[in-house]
Structures are given as C-alpha cells and as structure tokens.
Ligand binder design. Structure first.
Ligand SMILES: Nc1ncnc2c1ncn2[C@@H]1O[C@H](COP(=O)(O)OP(=O)(O)OP(=O)(O)O)[C@@H](O)[C@H]1O
Ligand SMILES: [Mg+2]
Length: 314
C-alpha cells in the first residue's frame, strides 16, 4: 500500500462537513459537504474566490466555528465546538493579519510562549526566535515595534511553538509587501520540512500555491470541485472552474491571483442549489448539470466533481 493510502498517516480528516449561517432569516451554506484529508508531512492548498468558505473551513478545524454536520478528526481526536487548551498542540494557526491576531499589550516573548503557558509548560523563546529568523533581541519588543514581515515571523513562531502536527495558514503573505512575501514563504517551507508537520494552506495566490503545495483543493461556493496533486491540477485542470481560475490573469499585477469575478453571475449563496453550483457560469453546462449534483470522477490522481471534465464538451 502506498504511503498516501495509509489511514494512520492522516493528521486531519475532514468528513463531509457543513457550516450554515442564518443571515436575516435565510440560510447561507458557507461550507456545504466538504471532505478533505491531510497526510503527515504534506502541504495541501485550498484555493477559490473570495467568499467560497475557506476561512470558515479553517475556523471549523480549529473548533472556533461550530459545524452543522459532519466530523473533523484532528491529530487522532474529534474536534468539538468547545476547543480545549490543548488545541495549540494539535493545530497552529497563521492568520493573514498578524497584527490583528496579537495582543498589542503583550511582548513578542509573551505572545509566542502563550501556548506553553496554557499547557503549564515552558518554552525556549530564544530558540523559537532563532528558528523564525528574528533573534533574541526581539523578545521584549511589542507588536507595533515590528515590521509586517517580522510580526508574521513571530506569529509563525507562536503557531509552531508546540510543534503541532497540523498548521493552518490563511493567506499568510497577503498583507505583506511583495519583497517580504518570498522570505515568509521560504520560512514556512523550511519550517514545515524541519518539523515535519502538515499545512492546510489557504491562498488566493496561485503562484504561491504552486511553489508550496503538494496537493491542491479547489473550492467553489462552499464545495470542493477538484482536488489532486498540484502539478497535475495546474498542468491539466479538469473542472471548468479550475480552468477559469488558472486562465484568468488579465494583467501583471493580477497574475496568479484568483479574480474577484469570473465571467457570468456569481449565484447568491443563499440559494438552495439544484445541480452543479458552477452551472450558471459554465460554458459547458447542459441539462444534467442543472438537475443533479455531479458525482466525483477519478482521473488519474485527480478527483473532479463535474459531468464534463477535461477538454471535450461532448
Ligand atoms: N459569521 C458569519 N455570519 C454570516 N455569514 C458569514 C459569517 N462568516 C462568513 N460568512 C459568509 O460565509 C461565506 C464564506 O466566508 P469565508 O470568510 O469563509 O470566505 P473566504 O473564502 O475565506 O473568503 P476570502 O477569500 O474573502 O477570505 C461568505 O459569503 C461570508 O459572507
Ligand atoms: Mg478568508
């Protein structure tokens, strides 16, 4: 049996989860039947347009967003809606905006060692500061005394402090200057190797995803529409939505970024969908697409939820 098929290698198992929000009396299905498995030592990217449910999915894994159905098994145990103090030893979190995720009144030392304090243990702050490329002189500074890149290094130090098996990164470079983004990406890649943890890496930036991720899952309106090894998905996208994402780079600034709007109208997420969610924007859509959810099809190592995957329309 290959390593990829060994269940004991699964550090995060998201099983058919749904998250609904009640917005002014209407149900909004932000995550609607998502299943994903993250293997030990793997980087799995989740990509998709703004509002497709990526952050909601991340919060559900951390137990800070209640789920309406399904199960999440993280580091061998179910996640419940009342995350215990040991959550930081099972999953670390790197948010887009490190400033907003830090207590401005805490020193960097306090910020990074908080996971140890919650566990009643002590960590080696100088070692962690070295590992994230900051150095011990940063220990007693406050978040506002650091640059954006330095703050994100500190946030990564906090997320990895307890060497959790899973780290979730939600757009970790999106708020940083272009020149700093590559440094942070390299740091994340190096740390993942040295700790041998797994990343659930959420990003709009497809170039970054290609650089970092072993596998990629493409999300559209609360659903996964395609997933597989990164190179296969990028080289030979099967779902029309994946193709649209990869093909839409209208100018240099936008290259590699998921566009805000693809051709066609984005359906109202409060709609009770019948059939494929992408059908209203899909040039390949036929009657079947509008009538019933497409089943999963396996094409090589890629799984795609589409009646007409690949190049042909017939
Ligand atoms: N607390 C909430 N109450 C109501 N609706 C919410 C709530 N949180 C998220 N949503 C809605 O759920 C959907 C998914 O939001 P989410 O933040 O997960 O998207 P996202 O993919 O992370 O988007 P982005 O790329 O912009 O960060 C959106 O339509 C959003 O408006
Ligand atoms: Mg988000």
């Amino acid at each position: 049996m290959s390593r990829g098929n060994n269940l004991s290698d699964t550090v995060l198992d998201i099983q058919n989860i749904s998250v609904k929000f009640n917005v002014q009396g209407t149900v909004h299905r932000a995550v609607d039947g998502v299943s994903l498995q993250l293997k030990k030592g793997e980087i799995l990217a989740v990509v998709g347009e703004s509002g497709c449910g990526k952050t909601t999915l991340a919060k559900a894994v951390l137990g800070i967003q209640p789920i309406d159905s399904g199960n999440i098994i993280l580091a061998g145990r179910a996640v419940d809606n009342n995350p215990s103090r040991d959550m930081a030893s099972r999953a670390g979190m790197v948010w887009q905006d490190p400033y907003a995720s830090m207590n401005p009144k805490w020193t960097i030392s306090r910020t990074i060692t908080e996971p140890f304090r919650l566990q009643g243990t002590k960590g080696d702050i100088n070692k962690i500061l070295e590992e994230v490329g900051l150095g011990s002189r940063f220990a007693f500074r406050y978040p506002h005394q650091l640059s954006g890149g330095q703050r994100q290094r500190a946030a990564i130090g906090r997320a990895l402090a307890l060497k959790p098996p899973v780290v979730i990164c939600d757009e970790p470079t999106a708020a940083l200057d272009l020149s700093v983004q590559a440094q942070i990406l390299n740091l994340l890649k190096d740390l993942q190797k040295s700790i041998n943890c797994s990343y659930l890496y959420i990003s709009h930036d497809l170039m970054t995803v290609r650089f970092l991720a072993d596998r990629v899952a493409v999300m559209y309106l609360g659903r996964i529409v395609e997933q597989g090894p990164t190179e296969q998905v990028f080289e030979n996208p099967q779902h029309p939505y994946t193709k649209a994402l990869l093909g839409s780079a209208p100018n240099l600034e936008r290259i590699g970024h998921v566009p805000d709007a693809l051709e066609g109208e984005l359906p109202d997420p409060r709609t009770k969908f019948v059939g494929c969610r992408f059908a209203s924007r899909c040039e390949k859509a036929k009657d079947a697409c509008k009538e019933q959810d497409p089943p999963a099809k396996q094409i090589g190592d890629v799984k795609v939820w589409c009646y007409y995957p690949g190049k042909t329309t017939s």
